[in-house]
Design a protein around this ligand. Structure first.
Ligand SMILES: C[S@@+](CC[C@H](N)C(=O)[O-])C[C@H]1O[C@@H](n2cnc3c(N)ncnc32)[C@H](O)[C@@H]1O
Length: 296
C-alpha cells in the first residue's frame, strides 16, 4: 500500500527508527554529522539573539519572561553553556509543547524539519505524491489532511510542476499560538513565499542531506539522512498577529547593532568570533530569515 509523502517523511524523521530519534550527533562539523546550523558557529548566535531580545523587549526581559526553546538537539541549546535568562525551558522532541504564561518562544530550524506533503500537477490536475517500495508514486486520492490545501492551488499550472509543503509546520505554529501565553515569538528558518514555491521551484524544495552532501534521491536510506523542505512564509505569517519577517542579517543589524559594532571594533582581526559573525551575517544572513511577533 502506498503511503503519502507526509507519512513517509514523518516515519523517516520521527518514527521509532527515525533520523531524529537516533542517538547520534547530526548537526555541526564533527565527523558523522550531516548539516550545519547557526549553532555550529559557536556561542555568537545566542549572544546576538540575546542582544536583539534585549533591544526589542527591554533589559527586564531576562527577568520577566521564561525563555522557551523548542527543537534543540540533545545536549545542545542556544544558551546551554550560560543563559542571560533567570528562567529557561528547553522543550525537546516528544515533550508536550506547553508554554508558560509569560514567555519568549524561540526556535531555530524547527519548522523546516517537520514532515511535508508533496504534490505534482499532471494531466490538468494536482495529484498528491506518495511512496511505495521506495519509489515515488501518484496517490489515487488526496489524503484527508491535504484536501483543504489542494483547493487553494491554482487550477491551471505547468505540467510536471512539483510542490513541497509542510502542513505540519503550520499546525505546530498554530498550536503554539493558540495557547494562552503572553510575550514574544521568534523563529529563524529558511523559506520561500507562496508565489515562489508555486513558480520558482519546479522540482519542489525538499532536500535530503547526509554527511554534509545533498542526496540525489529523497527516498534512499530513510532514517539515515535529514529530510527538509522550505517553509512557506506567507502561510506561517497568516497564522500570526502583526508578524514581522526580516532576513537574518537585517534582523541582527537592526536589533543587535551595538553588540556587532563592539565586536567589529574590539575583536582582534583574526578572532574566531569575527569569522562566526561573517557566517551569520554574510553566508547565512540572506538565506535565513527571522519571523517574529508579540503575543498578547
Ligand atoms: C534541523 S534540527 C535544528 C536543531 C537546532 N535547533 C539547531 O538549530 O541546530 C530540528 C530539530 O527540531 C526538533 N524537533 C522537531 N519537531 C519537534 C517538536 N515537535 N518538539 C521539539 N523538537 C522538535 C528535532 O528533533 C531537531 O532536533
Amino acid at each position: 500500500m502506498p503511503i503519502s509523502f507526509a507519512e513517509f517523511t514523518r516515519e523517516a524523521l520521527y518514527g521509532p527508527n527515525g533520523y531524529y530519534r537516533q542517538d547520534k550527533k547530526r548537526v555541526g562539523k564533527a565527523p558523522g554529522t550531516d548539516f550545519y546550523t547557526a549553532y555550529s558557529l559557536g556561542p555568537l548566535f545566542g549572544a546576538l539573539v540575546a542582544a536583539s531580545l534585549e533591544s526589542l523587549l527591554g533589559p527586564r526581559c531576562f527577568a520577566d519572561y521564561v525563555f522557551v526553546e523548542i527543537g534543540a538537539e540533545p545536549g545542545q541549546g542556544l544558551f546551554a553553556k550560560s543563559s542571560p535568562f533567570d528562567q529557561s525551558l528547553t522543550l525537546k522532541l516528544g515533550q508536550p509543547l506547553i508554554i508558560p504564561p509569560k514567555a519568549i518562544v524561540f526556535s531555530n530550524e524547527l519548522l523546516d524539519a517537520q514532515p511535508f506533503h508533496r504534490f505534482r500537477y499532471t494531466n490538468g490536475q494536482w495529484r498528491e505524491l506518495g511512496v511505495h517500495d521506495n519509489q515515488e508514486v501518484l496517490l489515487e486520492h488526496i489524503s484527508s489532511p491535504a484536501q483543504a490545501f489542494v483547493q487553494k492551488l491554482p487550477s491551471r499550472h505547468i505540467e510536471g510542476y512539483c510542490l513541497d509543503i509542510s502542513l505540519e509546520a503550520e499546525q505546530l505554529l498554530e498550536g503554539l499560538l493558540a495557547q494562552p501565553w503572553q510575550g514574544f515569538f521568534l523563529t529563524f528558518d529558511y523559506g520561500k513565499t507562496w508565489e515562489s514555491l508555486l513558480y520558482d521551484t519546479p522540482q519542489g524544495s525538499a532536500r535530503a542531506y547526509h554527511g554534509h552532501k545533498q542526496q540525489a534521491n529523497l527516498l534512499e536510506n530513510p532514517g539515515s539522512c535529514d529530510l527538509t523542505c522550505h517553509v512557506c512564509w506567507d502561510r506561517l505569517e497568516a497564522l500570526m498577529h502583526h508578524p514581522t519577517r526580516q532576513r537574518q542579517e537585517s534582523f541582527f543589524m537592526h536589533h543587535a547593532n551595538q553588540k556587532i559594532q563592539n565586536l567589529i571594533t574590539k575583536a582582534p582581526p583574526f578572532d574566531p568570533t569575527l569569522q562566526a559573525l561573517k557566517g551569520l551575517l554574510l553566508q547565512m544572513g540572506s538565506a535565513f530569515e527571522a519571523l517574529w511577533a508579540w503575543k498578547e
